[in-house]
Design a binder for this molecule. Structure first.
Ligand code: ZN
Length: 448
């Protein structure tokens, strides 16, 4: 058992002094309370004296494509479809399971050093079938990050062959993984029909049925780009969210939509009415010039919102704290309203919003929840100033903080970042492997 004694603890939406957090050996938060009282109550607990640290819940990266970290810096500054062809489609056919593993270790390591304790990887590069999924899961375990595999179901044949499966194959594979990891506390599997442009209506329905069967949510990219809206309007004479509503996949509140940039008012209403949730990826939407999601309308309608970095080749940072900042800033300028999204709301989206969407007992520091948290050094320049009122702390975290402030990361009670260094993987080796891999793939891709 460990007793953490920080300078400040983020509890019930505010920062408190003289508090402590007790974590049991199973990685669960056993107690949160006044330091003196907890020391008396848990005399055997090992004291973690973190008197310069500010403990906040770990951030939740609710949408990422880990393999895309390998493609960062390639085909930058292109329109969406050109970027897709020149980065994703050009290189992903060469990614074997072992390469996907290398990319995932790279991505998870970087985001963890930036304070992410959970990631949902929306994974679709199945060049080695189910082995490719297993590689990503293994990478998460090796880095020590809590993991939700949004196991993609994809049947549009215009994409590289490794993305594509029949409805039956996709269902079989998602089910196999979900059953295999059912009792693993660090891994969850959710179905993820890719989008209305890359999954057939049958595939989307199958993903929804699986979510019912597994009693979870399903994830789907929705209206990221105008071309999807045009395509759905042409083929179905209605807009994307209207189609999702019509085919019956929204009614039971299981839909988690990614992006939702191009929704009209009726679609925003449908999202709220059907308790759909949204993963918002502001940096990626800016990078790819997608457009600006109407967050205030969705938020005020009651849609649960989490944040995602999206893949590292369309961001190109993979920090949830960064997305909090980008979310608030982009919405302010879009609405010409400094209150469009405030720092409390942005912080909540990156922590408990993502936790709710991924259905994990995390995102808040309270008894019974998993011990997933981050310690930020109050003496990092980017955290200062902090005066006795502590008024600046949360605004500084959202708007000013740099990753240099992230001293410790704890996931499931285990310290995965210690004094700013990864504890489970060797960072130099990760970089070395990534460089070798990319040199090899460059050669292969230039041959074809
Ligand atoms: Zn995505």
């Amino acid at each position: 058992m460990k007793l953490y004694k920080p300078f400040l603890l983020f509890e019930e939406g505010q920062f408190k002094l003289n508090r402590a957090l007790v974590v049991d050996d199973g990685g669960e938060i056993a107690s949160v309370g006044a330091y003196e009282a907890l020391v008396t109550k848990y005399p055997g607990a090992e004291l973690m004296d973190w008197s310069d640290e500010i403990i906040v819940p770990g951030t939740v990266n609710a949408h990422n494509h880990s393999f895309q970290s390998l493609l960062r810096g390639l085909a930058a500054d292109r329109p969406f479809l050109e970027w897709r062809d020149q980065a994703l489609y050009k290189f992903s056919p060469y990614l074997k399971a072992k390469d996907v593993y290398t990319g995932a270790v790279f991505a998870f390591s970087e985001m963890m050093k930036c304070g992410a304790t959970t990631v949902s990887d929306y994974f679709y590069v199945h060049n080695d079938g189910i082995e490719s999924d297993e590689a990503v899961i293994q990478a998460a375990k090796d880095v020590g990050i809590r993991f939700v595999l949004a196991r993609t179901m994809y049947d549009w044949t215009g994409a590289p062959a490794g993305y594509v499966e029949s409805v039956n194959e996709a269902v079989k594979n998602v089910k196999y993984l979900a059953e295999k990891y059912e009792h693993d506390p660090m891994v969850s599997i959710v179905p993820a029909p890719h989008s209305l442009h890359a999954a057939s209506v049958e595939m989307v329905k199958a993903g929804h049925r699986l979510a019912q069967e597994l009693d979870c949510r399903f994830h789907i990219h929705v209206a990221e780009e105008p071309f999807e809206v045009d395509q759905v309007l042409r083929d179905h004479r209605m807009r994307p969210v209207e189609l999702l509503d019509k085919i019956g996949v929204m009614a039971d509140g299981r839909m988690t939509a990614i992006h939702c940039v191009w929704l009209d008012d009726h679609e925003k209403q449908l999202m709220a009415q059907n308790q759909a949730s949204l993963v918002y990826c502001p940096s990626s939407n800016m990078f790819l010039a997608d457009g600006i999601t109407d967050i205030p309308a969705l938020m005020n309608g009651g849609v649960t919102i989490g944040l995602g970095s999206d893949g590292a080749c369309s961001n190109n940072r993979i920090s949830v704290f960064e997305e909090m900042r980008m979310c608030a800033m982009l919405q302010k300028v879009s609405k010409l309203d400094s209150l469009a999204v405030n720092y409390h709301q942005a912080f909540a989206m990156g922590t408990k919003g993502g936790a709710e969407i991924l259905q994990q007992p995390i995102g808040e520091l309270k008894p019974g929840f998993r011990a997933d948290f981050v310690a930020l050094n109050q003496n990092d320049l980017s955290m200062q100033p902090i005066s006795d009122t502590h008024e600046q702390v949360l605004p500084n975290i959202v708007y000013a903080m740099q990753p240099t402030a992230v001293d410790y990361v704890v996931v499931n009670g285990k310290c995965t970042v210690d004094h700013g260094n990864l504890t489970m993987v060797n960072e130099k080796q990760v970089i070395h492997k990534v460089q070798n891999l990319m040199n090899g793939i460059d050669k292969e891709a230039s041959k074809s």
